[in-house]
Design a protein around this ligand. Structure first.
Ligand code: MN
Length: 290
């Protein structure tokens, strides 16, 4: 049975993250999202936007994170990442950076050098995936999910494909290793194509339209930037493409723990936030130059 649509909405007015990412925030902006989207904590969306050529890459300089994971998906353009654990990488269209901040990391995020020099369209999202208490302080790590690593399920009859970033779809397993059950799917449907996603009971489930026009569980046609949140009253989500479409399907087991958020830290208590701030200022997150 289809899950009922709880609401459909668009993100907040765009704001700048550094000078390289002109994003619209979808959550946690709204009031009860901590519970409704857990284990996902934050979603920022950079809709397709043309950036003029720049010799100095635009982006966001060195900053800390603790207590969760940042997941960046590029659809157009290329994003470079570097962190204080010694990891780094570049992702281009279709690719994903999955960084576990865990106990603490410094990183920076810039437009990749040659993309920056040439200029072009950037289209990407960043998600923050929370970590449960027992994994909040794991050592920082980094998964560069390049295109060859992301397996896809081809839908019958040329209806499109589902690229599995995390979790599983029709027997195809996702490339990312996660700390709690998370399903993250890059959905590419051709006009007239349909995909059906099974959603376990209790999992928070949503869909973000990233291009084209589609219907979810019989909705009116949705366009780029429309976000569906589904109730936990059924076991599937059916997506039908009206035009060639791209969407991000998200589903995950909620982390049922207290949550305290302050800037780049997501912890379980106020004391842990204070500790994070202190550890950051005393240099325990390491060192990183832009
Ligand atoms: Mn960051």
């Amino acid at each position: 049975m289809n899950r009922t649509i709880e609401r459909v909405f668009r993100g907040l007015p765009q704001h700048w993250v550094g000078d390289g990412f002109h994003v619209s925030n979808y959550f946690p902006g709204a009031t009860d999202f901590e519970k409704r989207m857990s284990p996902f904590f934050l979603l920022d969306y950079q809709k397709p936007e043309h950036y003029a050529p720049s010799a100095r890459p635009r982006g966001v300089g060195t900053h800390p994170h603790r207590g969760f994971e940042t997941v960046t998906v590029a659809y157009q353009g290329a994003v470079a990442h570097k962190d204080s654990a010694g990891n780094g990488g570049v992702i281009g269209p279709g690719e994903v950076q999955w960084m576990t901040a865990g106990g603490g990391v410094l990183h920076n995020e810039f437009h990749e050098g040659s993309f920056s020099k040439a200029g072009g369209v950037l289209h990407m999202i960043q998600l923050w995936v929370n970590l449960p208490r027992k994994h909040k302080l794991v050592p920082a790590k980094y998964q560069a999910l390049t295109n060859p690593l992301i397996k896809e399920a081809t839908l019958k009859g040329g209806q499109g494909a589902v690229r599995v970033i995390a979790g599983e779809f029709e027997g195809v397993k996702g490339a990312a290793s996660t700390f709690t059950p998370v399903q993250m799917l890059d959905v590419r449907l051709k006009a007239g194509g349909t995909a059906v996603f099974k959603t376990p009971k209790g999992y928070n489930t949503a869909l973000l339209t990233l291009g084209g026009k589609l219907r979810a569980n019989g909705s009116e046609p949705a366009a780029d930037g429309d976000f569906f949140l589904f109730k936990d009253d059924g076991d599937e989500v059916r997506v039908e493409a009206v035009e060639d479409s791209i969407a991000l399907f998200l589903s995950g087991e909620p982390i049922d723990e207290p949550l305290v958020h302050y800037g780049p830290f997501v912890m379980n208590s106020r004391d842990e936030i204070n500790q994070a701030v202190e550890d950051y200022h005393s240099g325990k997150f390491g060192r990183l130059d832009d």
